[in-house]
Design a protein around this ligand. Structure first.
Ligand SMILES: Cc1cc2nc3c(=O)[nH]c(=O)nc-3n(C[C@H](O)[C@H](O)[C@H](O)COP(=O)(O)OP(=O)(O)OC[C@H]3O[C@@H](n4cnc5c(N)ncnc54)[C@H](O)[C@@H]3O)c2cc1C
Length: 297
């Protein structure tokens, strides 16, 4: 059966299925692991596991592989979690895997960035099924509407590992890989407190996520999980505000798919201005408070 099974770990992962399915010309079912079933994106059916807690990756992969038999494609939004879980699913299904798909030429030919985004490779999958992680920014948003049927399923995600605890920094801020707005800061943000009040403050005012350069992470200004770039997270927000960031190739590799990049840098020759849609040559310590005053927060 030529059909896509789209894995939505949370409800917010679901809508990207529509644009991707349309691009490859396939119908799709949605396997939603948690959250309210998303029924208005054109899925033939929604398999709702409705788990209250995300299982560990090995257990979840086993459960997904159990459902995925018979589908020609298994896909999910590119994220740290999907790369972890879907790589295991591909292993269990003895399937080919293509990560970070940014375009589809056919149901078996995909484009993906390589070498920090400096090369766009075309990859052909020679045997099905294909397991894919997809960057939604590369695809048109699918139409919303209709009402898919919902089937409740129980997933056996028993694992050889046990999660003892989890702690998240950044409170209620959105996940970097899913955020529509990201405010990122670099090396000039002096210390962790300044970073949090200046960058975190603007992010909160805009309802966005916080990102950082590796230089900021390495100097202890920002937490490791906030790093964006070649060796950090790949992001694709509608708006990326880079404050005090020079625009190294490694950082830019992670933000290329952003719809609008705004750079605030006091050096008019900073490389980031070559990539930014809007550039402000200014001291971030003046520009950000002024910006916050203008948006009233
Ligand atoms: C293998 C490898 C992998 C890497 N992976 C990553 C990665 O994933 N992500 C990443 O980010 N980096 C990565 N790096 C590091 C990367 O090469 C750069 O060193 C780093 O991105 C620079 O961070 P930065 O822009 O914060 O610092 P800098 O390059 O020091 O730039 C700071 C900028 O702030 C400006 N500035 C200073 N003060 C102010 C002010 N008051 N107001 C406004 N502007 C100001 C300066 O003009 C400058 O342009 C990697 C490097 C290697 C070798």
């Amino acid at each position: 059966m030529s059909k896509l099974l789209w894995i939505a770990f949370e409800a917010s992962d679901a809508p990207a299925a529509a644009g991707f399915a349309q691009a490859v010309g396939l119908g799709f079912d949605l396997l939603q692991i948690s959250g309210q079933p998303v029924t208005d994106i054109g899925a033939d059916k929604v398999l709702s596991a409705n788990l209250s807690e995300m299982p560990t990756s090995d257990g979840l992969a086993k459960a997904i592989a159990g459902v995925a038999g018979g589908y020609s494609h298994v896909g999910a939004v590119s994220s740290m979690r999907s790369k972890d879980v879907l790589a295991r699913v591909a292993g269990l299904m003895d399937a080919a895997m293509v990560t970070d798909v940014v375009a589809a030429e056919s149901p078996t030919r995909f484009k993906r960035p390589m070498v920090a985004g400096s090369i766009l490779a075309t990859v052909e999958v020679l045997s099905m099924p294909a397991v894919l992680t997809v960057r939604p920014a590369g695809f048109a948003k699918g139409d919303r509407g209709g009402s898919s049927s919902v089937e409740s399923i129980s997933l056996d995600a028993t694992s050889v590992a046990k999660r003892l605890g989890a702690s998240a920094r950044g409170g209620a801020r959105p996940d970097l890989t899913q955020a529509r707005v990201i405010v990122s800061g670099g090396r000039p943000l002096k210390d962790a407190q300044t970073f949090e009040s200046v960058i975190g403050g603007l992010a909160d005012a805009l309802g966005g996520a916080v990102g950082a350069t590796r230089a900021a992470v390495d100097s202890g200004i920002a937490a490791n999980e906030l790093q964006v770039g070649q060796t950090g997270k790949i992001v694709a927000p509608d708006l990326y505000i880079a404050a005090g960031i020079s625009g190294s190739t490694q950082h830019m590799a992670g933000i290329k798919d952003s719809k609008i990049i705004v750079a605030i840098n006091k050096d008019p020759d900073a490389p980031i201005f070559e990539f930014a849609d809007y550039g402000l040559v200014a001291d971030l310590y003046q520009a950000i408070p002024e910006l916050r005053a203008k948006i009233g927060k």
